[in-house]
Every structure is written in structure tokens, then in C-alpha cells.
Ligand binder design. Structure first.
Ligand code: GRG
Length: 278
């Protein structure tokens, strides 16, 4: 994915903007809770692909929006994604010792601090949205509504609860679970770019469909890479070859949808290619 995202000069610029903005947001002055910022930085600057903020910036750019204004929602979504990974790695969840090849946060620090760092990133994300400069109160409220729904019971947390229940064992129930667990945040990332760019009403439906197809392609591709056969996922239910074909089909359909929107599709198309490439 990294080679795909650096292949497009726009994506390279978006990535630099995201890194700079996150760097500024988490360059905290010394405080009695220094360890919290150290822990937040450990997880935020740990080799993530920045897929979701890149999507927000690419959609905003496609629609002629201001990238500087899009940076707060883009980074807020990356902070929420990071919190979900920290909590997902905890002993009471997946109990993972490694994240992106390095010790997970609760291993590098301690479990209590990992819980608090996740909580901090989630709450700080909404503080950031509420205090975004140069944005109307209406747009801020729209973003807060969109992103909180995607992170909550009707999105990521709801999907995680279904996942933990172990009930998602058919293709249909897996799709429904992933639509909430991972798809909802992709959806919010795409539509946040549209909100910042003041997209015309008819674009929301197209971009929403684009995000749903992309979210599913991402999840199936993740399952293909993770197909050990010991748990029910797309690759084990469909077979690896069919799952790969499904990723291609979804990606193609997603890119086709963009053709009705005028502008430079190259950065978004490149993100889709990066997802397909895994
Ligand atoms: C709120 C505890 C809690 C969990 C929510 C989203 C989620 C449920 C947990 C995250 C863990 C997980 C394995 C999600 C599946 C999707 C996935 C592979 C996420 C990783 O996303 P990438 O590839 O990550 O964008 P990077 O490392 O690039 O940031």
C-alpha cells in the first residue's frame, strides 16, 4: 500500500499534510501527564498507512475543497482508528503482543495507560472537530454527527460486539458485521471530505456507495492475506481465488462510480489500487 500511495504525487502531498498536522497536534508541551502523550505518539506514529485521512483529503480535493480545513476531520478519524487498534489489542480483546510489527501499546507501556490513551484519542478527536477553524457550525455538527455514528453502536463498536459474539459465520452476516466494524469509518472518511468541500447533494449517494464498495474490498483483501483456515472469513468461505476476484470486482465497480463526478480521480483511484494490492 505504501508504494501505491507514494506513486501518485497528490497522495504524497496528502500524506505529508497528515503527518505534519498530526505532528503539530501531538507536539504537547511538558505536562504532569507526559506519559499519555508519549503513548499517543507511540501509536499514532507507528507506520500506519493513513488510508482513512488520505480518503478524506482525496475526496475533498476531487470536489475542489480546502485541504487545510479537511485536515482536522481527516486526522480526527485517524485518531479514532488508532484508538480502536489500541483497544482491540488489549488482553480482554484480541490480546495481541504486536501491532505493525512492534510491541502493542499495552506491551510497550502498560494496560491501564493503553486504555486511557485509547479514551484520550477518541475524546480528543471530537474536541478537534468541535474546534475546527474556518468551518461553519452547521458543518461541524454534520461532521460530529457523521463520525460519532460511524464510531459508535451503529458503526465500529456495534460491529466489534457482533464480531465478539461469534455469530457472523455466513457471507451475509460477515458482510453486515464488517460494514459496521470497518466500513463505517471508511464511509465517514469519504463523506467528511464531501462535507468540507460543500459537495452537491447528489454526490453524497455516489460517494457513500463508493465508500461501501471500498470498505468491503478492503475487508475481503485483509481476509485473503489472513486466510489461515482456522476461522470463518471471506477467504475461507469463498476460497482464496474467488475472494481475490471479488476484491477486483468491487474495486472496479467503485472506480466506475466516480466517473459521474468531474475532476481528477487519480488519487482516489490510486488508493483503491493500493487496497486491492494489499
Ligand atoms: C473499539 C475496541 C474497538 C474495536 C473496534 C475496528 C476495530 C473494532 C478493531 C480494529 C482491529 C481490526 C483487526 C480491524 C479490522 C480491520 C483492519 C485490518 C484494520 C487495520 O486497518 P489499516 O490496515 O491499519 O488501515 P493501519 O495499520 O494501516 O493503520
Amino acid at each position: 500500500m505504501r508504494s501505491e500511495t507514494s506513486a501518485d504525487p497528490h497522495l504524497k502531498t496528502y500524506r505529508q499534510l497528515v503527518e505534519r498536522h498530526l505532528g503539530e497536534l501531538f507536539a504537547e508541551p511538558p505536562s504532569p501527564y507526559d506519559r499519555l502523550f508519549q503513548a499517543a505518539r507511540y501509536s499514532l506514529f507507528n507506520g500506519g498507512k493513513r488510508l482513512r485521512p488520505l480518503l478524506t483529503l482525496a475526496v475533498c480535493d476531487l470536489l475542489g475543497g480546502d485541504l487545510e480545513i479537511a485536515l482536522n476531520p481527516a486526522c480526527a478519524i485517524e485518531m479514532i482508528h488508532t484508538y480502536s487498534l489500541i483497544h482491540d489489542d488489549l488482553p480482554s480483546m484480541d490480546d495481541d503482543d504486536l501491532r505493525r510489527g512492534k510491541p502493542s501499546l499495552h506491551r510497550a507501556f502498560d494496560e491501564g495507560l493503553a486504555i486511557l490513551t485509547g479514551d484520550y484519542l477518541l475524546t480528543r478527536a471530537f474536541e478537534l472537530l468541535a474546534t475546527t477553524p474556518l468551518m461553519s457550525d452547521k458543518d461541524k455538527l454534520n461532521l460530529i454527527g457523521l463520525i460519532s455514528k460511524a464510531a459508535g453502536a451503529q458503526g465500529m463498536i456495534g460491529g466489534q460486539v457482533i464480531d465478539l459474539s461469534g455469530d457472523a459465520v455466513t457471507l451475509e452476516s460477515l458482510a453486515a458485521m464488517h460494514r459496521l466494524k470497518t466500513g463505517a469509518l471508511f464511509h465517514a472518511a469519504v463523506l467528511s471530505g464531501a462535507i468540507v468541500a460543500q459537495a452537491p447533494e447528489d454526490h453524497y449517494k455516489i460517494l457513500g456507495k463508493f465508500a461501501s464498495l471500498l470498505g468491503l474490498a478492503f475487508q475481503i483483501q485483509d481476509d485473503v492475506q489472513d486466510a489461515t483456515g482456522d476461522e470463518k472469513n471471506y477467504a475461507t468461505l469463498l476460497g482464496v481465488e474467488k475472494a481475490k476476484q471479488e476484491v477486483q470486482r468491487l474495486a472496479h465497480e467503485a472506480c466506475e462510480l466516480l466517473s459521474v463526478i468531474q475532476g481528477n480521480h487519480a488519487p482516489l483511484t490510486q488508493i483503491v489500487k493500493g487496497i486491492v494490492a494489499g
